[in-house]
Design a protein around this ligand. Structure first.
Ligand code: BES
Ligand code: ZN
Length: 594
């Protein structure tokens, strides 16, 4: 037995699935997907034991695809993180097996929305979010990134709704009366966590020949405008990494309960509508998800223990794209905002310093609980350290070679290190990679990012207590990042007068830019400034993005009026939160002092 992933029953010594054929129907009344998954094996057939991951799945029957002969199956005990092992014994010459099943209404990889949770308000909505280990709540599979699969799918949905997936569309046709079947084909082999599906009232708008934005009709105009410059990102990213290998780059703007800012589902990035600031100021998330088309989707972390390989390189690439398109100052602002996120994550894990290593050991730990800015920001800083040590030109070459060597493979930190050693003997030693990878915290000689603008803003914020205030001219000159950094550097507790001054001058409570808005609401609510409570309540009742939900509930926890509000909002909203968001909110509220 060779299990290589603490979060999967995938066994390296067993037959490996090559392809999935999914045939699923949405049942919005019961909130389940129901149908069949066929797992296809390579060559002329395989045999022996096959262990699959499942979670919450109701398995109806398993059969040999070619003969329809029923195959007995064993479902293991429910394990809280992994779910249940589905064990099959494949007879010699098995080329494919089919599993008839349905998902659970509680599947963490899916969220079923009522019409009132959408922008249109008339139709229900369904979306998936499989990373890190939730694909098994949708499909019985080898849910480990090393077991890459291509897939095709037929998804039957109520007439009037549209299905999109992390795959190429392959037509749609009427099914039973009142139903329509959408077909998809994903020819490139992907890790299971990149399986994605969304169903709703959707409209697509082309912004360039290979880029289309999808959203609800009520949102499509705004979304298409916000992301109109994406083609330029694709061009710049190709300059960094080599050709774009996934044919199209489309994006889907989801309803506000989507728990992340963005998810790099291949051919169809999923995005939170909180990016629709109306001024294209939050498109760094698109640059990030796009960059995953190389670092993540082409070269993939083998398991969640090597997550930094995905996110560290992608943050580096995101900031490099930002530099090329918007200048070095914009890039430095990105690093400064990242530093704050990094410091916050280091503080959050003071009692679990092992989670601040880049190469983690997650046996018994849920990847969703280990999630933080560490792999992103510490990881990106290690990439910069390597780049600075060899120079930008040599590093640019290295990246292209890295992509070529490992394209469509899922690799470990150790494989990555062996490759670096081969390309640049002695480099790992020179940047002290051991400390970055295997020790907690941030090495003392970590790269720093400074700019005069950044220093001026920090000094101004630090002068708050001695009465310094930004002038109208200064405020006018600030972009969104400058204002955000200013707010982040202010003292964490302000009095009523201070809060009123800031809100009066900067009109913060009425902002539509969620980065600014949430930073302000955390500062004000954490200071017990009651005039923002209504807005906090409004945000927490609609927005599920965990990056915002966690700090808002934390800020409310600082005062007793805040705690009361938090409990009230949570009691009312919990049923409509995404399962992951609910867990995060519950965790924060559970730590309140009284
Ligand atoms: N792949 C991540 C999202 C993710 C990570 C989902 C782990 C589930 C488990 C995505 O690329 C991401 O990092 N999104 C960020 C945006 C970003 C600009 C840092 C987010 O959602 O905020
Ligand atoms: Zn990412």
């Amino acid at each position: 037995m060779t299990r290589i992933d603490p979060h999967s029953y995938f066994d390296d010594a067993q037959p490996r699935t090559q392809k999935w054929s999914l045939w699923l129907r949405t049942d919005f009344d019961r909130k389940v997907l129901q149908g069949e998954a066929t797992l296809v094996f390579p060559g002329t057939g395989v045999e022996g034991t096959l262990d699959l991951d499942t979670k919450g799945l109701d398995i109806h029957r398993v059969y040999i695809t070619a003969t329809a002969a029923t195959l007995p199956f064993e479902l293991g005990e429910e394990e809280p993180i992994l779910g249940r092992r589905l064990r099959l014994h494949l007879p010699a010459g098995t080329m494919g097996i089919t599993i008839a099943y349905e998902t659970s209404p509680e599947a963490l990889g899916l969220q079923w929305l009522e019409p009132q949770q959408t922008a249109g308000g008339k139709q229900p909505f369904l979306f998936s979010q499989c990373q890190a280990i939730h694909a098994r709540t949708l499909v019985p599979c080898q849910d480990c990134a090393v077991a890459r699969v291509s897939y095709d799918a037929k998804i039957t949905v109520p007439e009037g709704l549209t299905a999109v997936m992390s795959a190429g569309p392959n037509g749609d046709e009427p099914a039973a009366p009142g139903w329509r079947t959408f077909s998809f084909k994903m020819p490139q082999p992907i890790p299971s966590y990149l399986l994605a599906l969304a169903v709703g009232e959707l409209e697509g708008r082309d912004v360039s020949p290979r880029v289309r934005v999808w959203a609800e009709p009520a949102t499509i105009e705004k979304a298409a405008w916000e992301f109109a410059e994406t083609e330029a990102f694709v061009g710049k990213a190709e300059g960094l990494f080599g050709p774009y290998d996934w044919d199209r780059y489309d994006m889907l703007v989801l309803p506000p309960s989507f728990p992340y800012g963005g998810m790099e589902n291949p051919r169809m990035t999923f995005l939170t509508p909180t990016l629709l600031a109306g001024d294209r100021s939050l498109v760094d998330v698109v640059a990030h998800e796009l960059a995953h088309s190389w670092t993540g989707n082409l070269v993939t972390n083998a398991t969640a223990e090597h997550f930094w390989l995905n996110e560290g390189f992608t943050v580096w690439a995101e900031r490099r794209i930002l530099r090329v398109l918007h200048g070095k100052d914009a890039e430095t602002m990105g690093w400064a905002l990242g530093q704050k996120a990094l410091d916050d994550s280091l503080a959050r894990f003071v009692d679990q310093p092992e989670l601040t290593k880049l190469r983690t050991h997650l046996e018994g730990i849920d990847p969703d609980d280990a999630f933080s800015s560490i792999p992103y920001e510490k990881g990106a800083r290690l990439v910069v350290a390597m780049e600075r040590a060899v120079g930008e030109t040599a590093f640019a070459e290295f990246l292209k070679t890295y992509m070529k060597r490992f394209r469509f493979q899922s690799i470990t930190t150790e494989q990555f290190c062996a490759f670096v050693e081969e390309q640049f003997p002695g480099l790992l030693e020179r940047v002290n990679a051991k400390a970055w990878l295997n020790e907690p915290g941030i090495p003392a000689d970590a790269p720093r990012f400074v700019s005069p603008t950044l220093e001026a803003i920090t000094a101004l914020a630090q002068g708050w207590k001695t009465g310094q205030r930004p002038s109208d001219d200064q405020i006018q000159a600030w972009g969104m990042s400058e204002l955000l950094i200013y707010l982040q550097q202010l003292p964490r507790e302000l009095n009523t007068e201070d809060c009123a001054w800031l809100d009066g001058r900067l009109k913060l409570t009425e902002r539509g830019n969620y980065e600014i808005l949430v930073e302000w609401l955390c500062l004000a609510a954490g200071s017990g400034y009651a005039p923002v409570f209504a807005r906090v309540q409004q945000v927490l009742s609609t927005v599920g993005r965990m990056k915002y939900v966690r700090p808002l509930y934390q800020a409310l926890g600082k005062t007793s009026a805040g705690r009361e509000l938090a409990r009230e909002v949570f009691a009312k909203t919990a049923p409509s939160y995404h399962g992951l968001t609910r867990r995060v909110a519950e965790g924060v509220i559970g730590k309140y002092v009284e």
